[in-house]
Design a protein. Structure first.
Length: 236
């Protein structure tokens, strides 16, 4: 059974991707700060399994040890860098600690995990999937730092693919717009009430599975998802 590692797998997009990969027959190692359900789970319809690993990924000494244990047989096929955090508002009003947390979580961590697993995934002609953001492609007033971290992640995805494509490695950069997740818990806005104004986590997971299903010689490198309506809901 091929292994997949998914960060930020306890909720939202990461949880949806982990479930879809398990349904496709992968042994999924889902990493998150906490999980609502049992330590290991799989649905009857799933061909694979999800191992739930409670871990603060920013404790990189511990993270590195666990990743190496998962990959001890060099059989990791997919790495999904999904864990992310956002803090919003005027840049001058953000705390330095919040900026550093976004940089470490959204950009530094995917680069470090990719570095740890690159030799294995390249050997297996597998995939690195980076969950970036629509904000990577535009100006982001009241979200300058968050958008910058995601722009960096998208740039990393494109450059890594060009660097490694001749070896068979696939790098998929996913850029979803407003999605119904807990990402906006630190913001004064959230998704609108109209379902046409936001994406669902399962829709992002569908995009990942679609890209994984392409033939060997066809590399899907970028997928951009947007809701039909551009509208948010301000908090009271």
């Amino acid at each position: 059974m091929k292994k997949a590692i998914v960060t930020g797998a306890s909720s939202g997009i990461g949880e949806a991707i982990a479930k879809r990969l398990a349904a496709e027959g992968f042994e999924v190692y889902g990493i998150g700060r906490s999980f609502k359900n049992s330590n290991e789970k799989t649905d009857e319809k799933d061909k694979g399994i999800i191992h739930q690993i409670v871990l603060d990924l920013l404790d990189f000494e511990k993270t590195e040890k666990i990743i190496k244990e998962i990959d001890q047989d060099e059989d990791v096929y997919i790495l999904v860098n999904n864990a992310g955090v956002g803090f919003y508002g005027l840049h001058e009003q953000l705390r330095a600690a919040d900026i550093m947390t976004m940089l470490r979580t959204n950009l530094e961590l995917p680069m470090l995990l990719s570095n740890l697993l690159l030799k294995t995934i390249k050997k297996n002609k597998g995939y690195i999937v980076n969950i970036s953001s629509h904000t990577a492609t535009q100006a982001n007033p009241h979200g300058c730092a968050y958008g910058a971290t995601k722009a960096g992640l998208s740039s990393f995805s494109k450059s890594l693919f060009e660097e490694e494509r001749k070896y068979g490695l696939k790098v998929i950069n996913i850029e979803p717009d407003m999605t119904d997740t807990a990402l906006y818990r630190n913001a004064n806005f959230g998704v609108d009430d109209d379902i046409q104004a936001y994406l669902l986590p399962d829709e992002v997971a569908d995009a990942v599975i679609y890209a994984l299903g392409s033939r060997e010689g066809c590399a899907i490198t970028d997928i951009h998802l947007q809701p039909q309506i551009n509208r948010i809901k301000r908090s009271k």
